[in-house]
Design a protein around this ligand. Sequence first.
Ligand code: GLA
Ligand code: ZN
Length: 694
Amino acid sequence: MKLFPNVKGLLHGGDYNPEQWLDRPDILEEDIRLMKEAGMNTATLGVFSWAMYEPKEGEFHFEWLEAIINNLYENGIYTVLATPTGARPAWMDAAYQEVMRVAGNGVRNHHGVRHNHCMSSPIYREKTAVMDTKLAERFGNHPGVILWHISNEFGGECYCDLCQNKFRIWLKDRYHNDISELNKAWWTTFWSHNYTSFDQIEAPMPNGEMSVAGLRLDWRRFTTYNMTDFMKFEISVLRKNGNTIPVTTNFMRMYRGLDYEVMAKELDVIAWDSYPAWGNDEETLYRSSLDVAFDHSMMRSFLPGKPFMLMESTPSLVNWHPFNKLKRPGIHKLSSLQALANGSDTVQYFQWRKGRGSFEQYHGAVMDHLGRSDTRTYLEVKELGEILNKLEPLTGSVIKAETALLFDWNTRWAVEDLPGLSSLKKYDETCKEQYRILQKLGVETDVITPSVDFSGYKVLVAPMLYLLRQGLADRLKLFVDNGGILLCTYLTGYVDNSTLCYLGGFPGDGLMELFGLYAEEIDTLYPKDINGVSFEDTFLEEVAAAQVQYGSSYGRAIEKTAKITDFCEVLKVQDAEIIGNYTNDFYKGTPVVTRNHYGAGDAYYIGARLCESGMEAIYQAALATAGVTRVQMQEGVEFHRRTKDNKQFDFYMNETENEVTVVPAAGGRNLLNGEEAKDRLILQPFETAVLEHI
Ligand code: GLA
Ligand code: ZN
């Protein structure tokens, strides 16, 4: 599905801050000329422009913006128009204290920086409404404006009285105005923490109540609710006059503080800002890329069936990593194409031109202080513009995955706050590792949140699904009953939606029946402790057969044993088939990996943190049973397939410094060089091929 019917092809553009250059008409003129020359067709305006729009309370100036939008439009460049609520003018903070956030220590912030408004402040909402109404009235029907960009990178928390009060109202609603219901949910009798009134409840502040997991989780949920409420408020204001321009906001990488599952539901388009540490000294480029692919996959999975937007990326370096390395020649092209390969229909930058001063003066931009268009960065951006033109047929195509990985903010938060066990909780890392293994096995994987319909998938991987929201266990059972293959691990189904442990055995809420077992104990290992799994020979034969089914070079040679670290559950198996047993310790010889046939499907249980090769063996078997499509992969080459109507676009990305030869899964014409690919595709270092196959 095409995101922007009026725009021909993919979007190429970025944050543009002409308000910093209004006294330099020569530069503004150059901007347009050079944007066009670089093949840019979009600019994001107004992200932090409040002080320019409203220099004094009630005095508005949009004429400069109108001139810029008109000029861009006349030159074939569309505008993504932001609301300026990501930062406030000084006059506002001076006049209305309440718009500034209060930190966790209870002290109100002073004026400064950005992304720090109070989401509850009636005055901030009032000021926002005035501003957004004016923007909508003036630009909501402009043919050059294609998208509203709500605020910027929503994040953080506010602990002011307004927010705490709203939290209490939210809790009253959640617990039906019944304080005993809340006390039960938070298990407050422990340490005599019972409340007798909602008025006694405070947010979990570092010098206050930090020991109640239920309170902490509800506070995070509330913060998401309140931020989303603010975002929805902005959307409703923009929409008031029947304005139908789609809305987005820019998400951040693996952001902890807000549940994007909730926020995404309010948006027409998903957009995110990607700033990986390309070229870092800890990992290969391929490894960095696989983790970025995970992020892209999560973004595209929020709104299935639609491409997402790479809203920001740097054409050269960033300014906020501990070390800010230049993208090496070719990496900008590769990383931009990687976003497209994973389902983006845009490549956008922060930013078009470097500002002369202040916090981001050394952040990479298309135009440097040098002011020349023959720089390496500019030329690479320009080359990318040409490439995006060639890739026009791709516009609106999407990725269809048969496998999904479940990622849940509630579980993430609950696991991180889980008191005790091992300090190596690693929820994010475990999910990413599973994604990497699947990717290397040639399996396209969506990263989904629990509210997504599972029925379209053949295989569902749900690592460390510690917290079960209401109804989730039943949906997992239904998925397997209908023929799906489910893989769960240690720490599954320990607590309910309030973080109360299930009684009668883990995994709870009926999942013991699904897996045919229960976990009697969970052991946590010291880093030097050793344990492992020894797979049953019959299972190893099955894995070998699976490898043959896909072709002998699919995946590594499987070994009898594989390493276990950090977490080991001692399982009591009732019905399930035992696939592997522990190799060490007092539970040596007892089951650690099992499979239960349930209805028409299989439910795998992996009771310990298994290393990559062990998981790979299990996936090999599971994928073969499910009949998942796999593509032959090779180390260092990332692959994705986008489809549209009867066309498919296969991306092969060489993420190594060496020339590689790949055997394409299907032939096709390489849209980047026009060559027909047959049984071999030779890729130069960092080269990408996009094979169009009709
Ligand atoms: C974020 C912000 C931008 C800019 C960039 C710099 O993505 O949205 O305003 O600060 O980071 O990397
Ligand atoms: Zn507040």
